[in-house]
Design a protein around this ligand. Structure first.
Ligand SMILES: *Cc1c(COP(=O)(O)O)cnc(C)c1O
Length: 209
């Protein structure tokens, strides 16, 4: 697969869902890939945001290619917050202390990333905020001064019916909370996520295989 093929899938899914062309952004997940490969496979086709899930790898790539729009999508440990300098969007906030640590670091950097709250989907997943806790966590994260743009979620693999339900529930809760962005959909399920209202799809393997 390649970026043009994934973009045409995205366009088709937008159209099928009756959504405006361009309402879904492709976030290219570049973990494990070297910059030369990222330039050739991704950036040759446009200025897509690039997402990483490990602090050190992100820091090294941001330093080597600061002109890109970098996102962080991994679990955020306290001692890794320092590596997020230069990032514009963190998809994976699941604890208030993470937001506070990020806000504190950002004050020193003079530039703060926007954030999404990762929603737990009830499938024995390790990560994410339980749906019933989201309203309170949202208020506390907003109180740190960071701008919360939306929700992120990961659906269970290999169960399209369940994934569609998770995406629909996440979209409904984002609407209830007044949050405009929805980061959902990966290589295996991005058309389903777009049908449910995703505004950001995080695609990795399908761009590079
Ligand atoms: C790796 C990763 C993706 C991309 O997954 P693919 O299956 O490679 O498309 C998306 N989101 C998160 C949080 C990831 O860690």
């Amino acid at each position: 697969m390649s970026v043009p093929q994934v973009l045409s899938d995205i366009r088709a899914a937008e159209q099928q869902a009756g959504r405006e062309a361009g309402s879904v952004r492709l976030v290219a997940v570049t973990k494990g890939h070297a910059l030369d490969e990222i330039r050739e496979r991704v950036l040759a086709h446009g200025d897509f945001p690039l997402a990483e899930n490990r602090g050190q790898e992100l820091r090294d790539k941001v330093a080597a290619w600061p002109q890109a729009e970098w996102h962080f999508i991994g679990p955020l440990q306290r001692n890794k917050v320092k590596y997020l300098r230069g990032v514009t969007l963190v998809h994976s906030i699941e604890e208030v202390w993470q937001a506070q640590a990020l806000a504190d670091a950002a004050a020193a950097w003079g530039q703060a990333p926007d954030v999404l709250l990762q929603r737990h989907n009830g499938e024995g997943q390790k990560h994410g905020v339980l749906p019933e806790d989201l309203p309170a966590v949202l208020r506390e994260v907003q109180a740190t001064g960071l701008r919360v743009r939306g929700l992120m979620t990961m659906a269970p693999y290999d169960d399209p019916a369940r994934a569609a339900q998770v995406f629909a529930d996440t979209a409904r809760q984002a609407r209830e909370l007044g949050l405009p962005d929805l980061s959902m959909g990966m290589s295996g399920d991005y058309p389903l996520a777009i049908a449910a209202g995703a505004t950001l799809v995080r695609v990795g393997r399908r761009l590079f295989s």
